[in-house]
Structures are given as structure tokens and as C-alpha cells.
Design a protein around this ligand. Structure first.
Ligand code: GAP
Length: 518
């Protein structure tokens, strides 16, 4: 069995070898934490974006989509709080010269303590067998209680320090917890400093401070500033949502783990505008709806979990992450935030324009509250790659790497393969391509032995290989090979369109995520 570290390395090299992801500007030795999507990656990413967009916009009559600009008026970011508060607390180890996020060091330390408590519970469960009462054990076992109390104490101390912006206290927690640098193994820490994550650039003439603008660190603000435009022109009634996908930029200091934490990335966000006082109901609704969406991808119930936020962003009154079990552990994939009326109120204040909604049901005008769902497309991509990547040993002893993407997300849906590159077989394959290409992304390939071509398409996750052989020329039938079972059946060419429509279209995934089918 491969360990998780090797698995992750293999996924990264597979991503490059098969045209999913390349390092940005690789011929110049790359640019740190920036990546390009290749020919397969761009297709997979587009399919993921489409799946999200349709799930939000097409599946909800009260959600519409927009596409706002990356550049925004600089006051936007003053109003949103990003100029003052979009910071990471950083700390350096003086011996290794490595820089860390102080909050991550503390959170990881707390997780380790909680893991010790879980280990005790696990051991006891084994010891007691079927009679084991986990809740009781957690409430009474002195060691479990001690570990959890210690973790709680560090967490509440840390939360208080952050709320008061007491960076000395954050450092003191790191010292008191005896946290060491994973590289140097020492506790020789610098002070903690706040570092703003926004990239800035100049618009128009140089050297005029007033022209400094930012590359958006979240797509959400483009939605907030257009709230009334959309509401009025679309005659939207609360509750309603505005969705968009697009690039966001953050000067991440600790940028690691491939496409998990990038400096340029893509977000898929939806702001749901609700009547004040109803936000917690909608917050729970979106938490559940989004979890269902992730589970519709078919990776099982154990791959995703909620993590309720301890440290709330400056705009939120409740927040949770949907975490995914990446090869490097459970990490944030999506955030669901109850953002209150913070953003709209701030934009009212800074712009001097009213951003209110008249609610005919209660005959009142108000600034709506907002529940946001925000997912990183690149993180979703990495989650799908991690889950799809399988190394298999076959019955004949040979092995294959197969990307088991949900069929609807695969970059290429079917490969049409002429058995030999002569006798009219390539032309027949071309005919089949022309039959299917209006509905699906299909490809044809004549080079190499058929077995080798099957392996190549397994490696990029193509659900079907359709082989054109001599029998095809006589009977107008082809063999249809399923990527996962590797079984082949003979089918009529005229049935291909239907088979593909029924199994590789996004609609099947949409139905599943809406809870309409298994
Ligand atoms: N509008 C709210 C917002 O931006 P966030 O938790 O900072 O919230 C939302 O980001 C999502 O964007 C995250 O759950 C993650 O999937 C993705 N994301 C954030 N920073 C990222 C980065 N540096 N690289 C890749 N994805 C990132």
C-alpha cells in the first residue's frame, strides 16, 4: 500500500505527464505558487466550473450569475476591511530562517493534542469491544478530559489574543506550548507580525498614490457592489443569490502543497441575500446543500467533514469549512459564511449610496443579510485528482494508472480508436467523432497498439474507449470498453449517442446532488 506522501508525489508527476498541470513559466524555472492548466486540466477545470455553475444558477430559480471585473475601485477594499484586516500573523524561526503562519502553528499543535485524546478513545474501543460507550468514555476518562481541556485552553487563549490583536500574546502561546520549527527543531522564534495579503498595482500614470489599485483577493466584493444593479434589473425578490466564478489573488507567504495554496487562483462564490434574522436558517440550509453537492461526487461519506470556525473572519458571525481528506490530511475545501450585513453596510458608508431592499411582504426597507458559499476551484480540482488517482494491478499481473473521475467530469468522454490505421478504419472512426462531437468532447487516436492506447486513456480518465475493427465495416458495430470495469461490449454505432448522453452528461450529477437519484 502506497503511503500518502508517495501518493501525493505521484499525483503531482502524473498531473504534469498527462497535461493536467504545469508549473507556471517552467522554462524560467517557474514562479512560486503559480500554476498553468494544460490541455487535460483545462477541460477538467471547465467541467468542474460548469457543474458548480449549473448547480447554483440553473438549478435555483432565485440565483443568477454575473462576471465582474478583477480590478475594482480601491475604496472597495477599504470598505470591505481588506486593507486593514486581511492579514496573516507571521513568525520566523531564526535558525532555519523559515517563515510560518502563527495561527497554523498553534492550530496544528491543538490538533495533535486532540488526536492524543482520540487515540485513547480508539484504544479503549478496542479493549471493551461491543460494550464500549464512546460518549460516556469521553465524558469521564481522566486522560481524555485532560487532553481536551488543554486543547480548549490553548484555543480560547489564542482566540482572545487574535480578537485583541495582541501579537505578543500569540508569540507567548507558541513559546508556552513549546512549539518547535519542523525544520530546525528549535524554539528560536522572532516576534509575530501582521502581513497584508493583497497584491497592488498602478492604474494609469505612475507614481501617483491615488492610482494604486488591488487585484481582488475574493470575487465576493464584485457581487456586493452590484447587489442593487442585479436586484433591480433582474427584479429579484429576497431571498435570492448572485453567483460568480473568477480569478482571485493573494500574496500567500506560506505557499505550499501544489495547487492547494496558490497566489493566483479561481473562486466560485455565491452570495445569498436574506431577510435579517433568517440568516442562521439559511446558513444551515447552505451548509447542508453544499455538503450534499460534494457527496454527489461519489467519494463516500468519510471524505468530507465540517469544521466550525473558532476564529471568525472580520465580516462573519458564523462560519464553517467543508474539509476534504487530501493526501496531506483534512483541509479546507469550501467555506460557508454568515456575513451579516457587514459588507453592504460598509459599502453604503463608504460610497454614500443606499444599498437597501424594499421587502413588500413586510412593507419595510432594510440592508439584507448575506450567507456566502465560497469554494476554490483549484482546491476542488486537487480533491478530484487525489480521489480519482488509482494504481491498479490487473489479473494478468500488469499494472495501470487510472483516473476514476466521475464520468461527467472527465476531460475526454470517449476515445474512438481504429484498430489499425488503414483499410478505411480511421475514416470510420472520424465518422463516429463527427456523430458524437456535437454533444461531447471526444478524441480519436490511431498511433500505437490498442492496449497502449487503452492505458493512455485510462491515465487521463476517459470513461469509454470505442474501438473500430474489421467487424465494424461489416456490421456497423463497435466495441465499447468501460474504463473502470475494463469490460467490452459490442454495440451499434447508432446507439452510441444515447449511451453517452445517459452516462457522461452533467445532468446525472446534477440530479444526484439535488438528491433525485443515487
Ligand atoms: N469570500 C470568502 C473567501 O474568500 P476564504 O475562506 O478566504 O473565503 C474561500 O476563501 C475559498 O477559496 C477557500 O475555501 C479555498 O477553497 C479557496 N482559496 C482561498 N485561498 C486560496 C489559495 N491561496 N489558493 C487556492 N485556493 C484558495
Amino acid at each position: 500500500m502506497m503511503n500518502q506522501e508517495d501518493l501525493f508525489k505521484n499525483i503531482i508527476s502524473h498531473s504534469k505527464e498527462y497535461g493536467f498541470i504545469f508549473q507556471s513559466s517552467e522554462i524560467y524555472d517557474g514562479l512560486s505558487a503559480v500554476y498553468d492548466y494544460g490541455q487535460m486540466g483545462a477541460e477538467l477545470k471547465k467541467n468542474l466550473r460548469d457543474f458548480w455553475w449549473k448547480s447554483m444558477v440553473q438549478m435555483h430559480q432565485n440565483i443568477v450569475g454575473i462576471d465582474s471585473a478583477i480590478f475594482m475601485h480601491p475604496t472597495t477594499w477599504k470598505a470591505s476591511g481588506h486593507v486593514d484586516a486581511f492579514n496573516d500573523p507571521l513568525i520566523d524561526n531564526k535558525d532555519s530562517k523559515k517563515r510560518y503562519r502563527a495561527d497554523v502553528l498553534i492550530e496544528e499543535h491543538v490538533s495533535k493534542i486532540r488526536a492524543k485524546a482520540d487515540k485513547e478513545v480508539e484504544k479503549a474501543a478496542k479493549r471493551f469491544g461491543e460494550t464500549f460507550d464512546e460518549t460516556m468514555y469521553r465524558q469521564t476518562n481522566p486522560r481524555v478530559l485532560e487532553y481536551n481541556a488543554k486543547a480548549d485552553e490553548i484555543e480560547s487563549r489564542f482566540k482572545a489574543a487574535l480578537e485583541e490583536n495582541q501579537l505578543d500574546e500569540v508569540r507567548q502561546i507558541i513559546i508556552d506550548c513549546e512549539i518547535v520549527c519542523p525544520i530546525s527543531g528549535t524554539k528560536n522564534w522572532t516576534e509575530v507580525r501582521q502581513f497584508n495579503l493583497m497584491f497592488s498595482t498602478q492604474m494609469g500614470s505612475l507614481s501617483d498614490d491615488a492610482n494604486t489599485i488591488y487585484l481582488r483577493p475574493e470575487t465576493a466584493q464584485g457581487i456586493f457592489v452590484n447587489f442593487l444593479n442585479v436586484q433591480k434589473t433582474g427584479r429579484m425578490k429576497i431571498p435570492f443569490g448572485i453567483a460568480q466564478t473568477g480569478k482571485a489573488f493573494r500574496n500567500e507567504i506560506v505557499a505550499r502543497q501544489f495547487i492547494f495554496r496558490m497566489r493566483e487562483f479561481e473562486q466560485m462564490e455565491m452570495q445569498f441575500f436574506v431577510r435579517p434574522g433568517t440568516e442562521m436558517t439559511w446558513y444551515n440550509y447552505w451548509k447542508n446543500t453544499r455538503m450534499k453537492w460534494h457527496r454527489a461526487l461519489g467519494f463516500g461519506d468519510k471524505k468530507h467533514k465540517f469544521h466550525d470556525h473558532l476564529k471568525l473572519a472580520h465580516y462573519a458571525n458564523a462560519a464553517a469549512d467543508i474539509e476534504f481528506d487530501f493526501p496531506f490530511g483534512f483541509k479546507e475545501l469550501e467555506g460557508i459564511h454568515s456575513r451579516t450585513d457587514f459588507d453592504l453596510k460598509k459599502h453604503e458608508e463608504f460610497s454614500g449610496k443606499k444599498l437597501q431592499y424594499f421587502d413588500p411582504e413586510i412593507n419595510e426597507s432594510y440592508v439584507p443579510y448575506v450567507v456566502e458559499t465560497s469554494i476554490g476551484l483549484d482546491r476542488l480540482f486537487l480533491a478530484i485528482m487525489s480521489e480519482a488517482y488509482k494504481e491498479e494491478t490487473l489479473a494478468d499481473g500488469s499494472s495501470r494508472v487510472v483516473m476514476k473521475f466521475p464520468f461527467a467530469l472527465a476531460p475526454i468522454k470517449a476515445a474512438i480508436l481504429p484498430l489499425v490505421n488503414k483499410d478505411g478504419l480511421p475514416e470510420k472512426a472520424e465518422e463516429i467523432v463527427n456523430l458524437l462531437k456535437f454533444d461531447h468532447n471526444v478524441a480519436t487516436e490511431a498511433k500505437d497498439a490498442i492496449g497502449k492506447r487503452y492505458r493512455r486513456h485510462d491515465a487521463i480518465g476517459t470513461p469509454y474507449c470505442i474501438t473500430v475493427d474489421y467487424e465494424t465495416m461489416e456490421t456497423n458495430t463497435v466495441t465499447l470498453r468501460n474504463r473502470d470495469t475494463m469490460e467490452q461490449e459490442r454495440v451499434n454505432i447508432e446507439d452510441l449517442k444515447n449511451i453517452l448522453n445517459n452516462t457522461v452528461s452533467l445532468s446525472s450529477l446534477l440530479e444526484k446532488s439535488a438528491g433525485l437519484s443515487e
